[in-house]
Design a protein around this ligand. Sequence first.
Ligand code: SF4
Length: 164
Amino acid sequence: MNKILISACLMGFNVRYDGSAKSLLHSTLTQWRSEGRVVTCCPELAAGFSTPRPPAEIIIGPTGSTLVQHGARIMERTGTDVTDLYILGAHLALRMAQLHHCRYALLADGSPSCGSETIYSGDFNGQTKPGMGFTAQILREQGIAVFSHRQVDQLVTSLRQDEE
Ligand code: SF4
């Protein structure tokens, strides 16, 4: 049975930067929890951030990329460079996924950690653009299939095919 790494905020924990949750009200999550499939993780709390914390966004690196291996950084709105802590959080999430043999992850989109389809622009203007957070990048590099919170149905299909 596949286990799934899931963003803690999607599971109802108040761990977002503003102290809120992003509870994903989907019956499948309740089922997965009862089956013991859910591995809950917040990369930012794992790295030592507190809640609440300043919002942070990915800033493109010298090559114009938002990828961590191409020098992208993460800055808080206050101007603090928190790149190293976000990288730490990504690796701790990967470690947790590996410990639990998770080959799938369901992550909250938009986050500089957990985003997998979109991230914020880097200008703190509320605009989004296609991209991945550092945790999604590192999980995918290691072969973990990452789905956003809008893709539960696709994840269900992948699991079903995998377990047939
Ligand atoms: S790091 Fe991920 S799990 Fe933690 S609050 Fe942000 S989106 Fe949710």
